[in-house]
Design a protein around this ligand. Structure first.
Ligand code: NAP
Length: 214
């Protein structure tokens, strides 16, 4: 399997290395392959190819979208909407506005009855977007070392795609709570606000959510 990672920030880099570790062929995409950070990543990770957003989207059997939330729709257009058709797209993005947090609470550019995942899904209706990895810090995304196994909440319209993402998330050391269709992203994306509050208020970024059951 090939994973095309759209996004060269810390999340793109962490997930590119994780997929590589799990045996995937990986290509990391950026708008600027000459960027210092990207050149460093390429030299330290010789087994991971580097290219444009479009290269990553074309390359991936599975695509990971890990770009700045305000630029997510533009990134999909830059990568070529046709490259997403019928593919699973793991969407790690959050709709974080450019305004600063208020008392540790991030501001979103989406309202309560919408989500960035739904906006992206509307942009490429045949793609199989699945929200995942958005409400945990990058240091805990792969094989997190916590007291207990944390829960990753996922959502997206395609059931098979959610199953595939569940398998990936399990192999990354998580249990999954499948919350169903795309509208559930309206509840999952704000978990990122909650997750970040202890970070902004107490500089505590080492935690994750767990869903307890009887
Ligand atoms: N940081 C975390 O721990 C964390 C955890 C969970 C979820 N997330 C979410 O994951 C996503 C990625 O986060 P991140 O921290 O890795 O980095 P980020 O700074 O949010 O995003 C970096 C990526 O966004 C792209 N980008 C920035 N402006 C753009 C524009 N105008 N047009 C197109 N692309 C643009 C950059 O392109 P270039 O490659 O060209 O620079 C880069 O690939 C975000 O939505 C974030 O909310 C982050």
């Amino acid at each position: 399997m090939k994973a095309g990672i759209i996004g060269s920030g810390i999340v793109g880099q962490v997930l590119a290395k994780a997929f590589k570790q799990e045996g995937y062929e990986v290509l990391l995409g950026t708008r600027d392959v000459t960027k210092e950070d990207v050149v460093k990543f390429g030299s330290e990770n010789a087994g991971i190819a580097v290219g444009t957003f479009e290269d990553a989207a074309r390359f991936g059997d599975i695509i990971v979208l890990s770009v700045k939330g305000t630029a997510a729709e533009e990134a999909v257009r830059l990568a070529g909407k046709y490259n997403f058709e019928n593919k699973i797209v793991i969407d790690t993005t959050n709709p974080i506005a450019d305004q600063p947090p208020v008392n540790g609470v991030l501001q979103f550019f989406t309202g309560p009855n919408e989500s960035l995942l739904e906006k992206l899904q509307a942009l490429v209706p045949s793609a199989k977007f699945v929200k995942a990895f958005n409400s945990v810090g990058n240091t805990l995304m792969y094989k997190p070392q916590l007291k207990d196994k944390p829960t990753m909440f996922i959502a997206g319209n395609d059931e098979e795609a959610r199953k595939t993402v569940t398998d990936i998330v399990s192999s990354f050391g998580w249990e999954t709570a499948d919350m169903g269709k795309a509208e559930a992203a309206r509840a999952i994306e704000p978990l990122c606000m909650l997750w970040c509050i202890p970070g902004f208020l107490q500089n505590d970024w080492q935690h994750a959510f767990k869903l307890l059951k009887t």
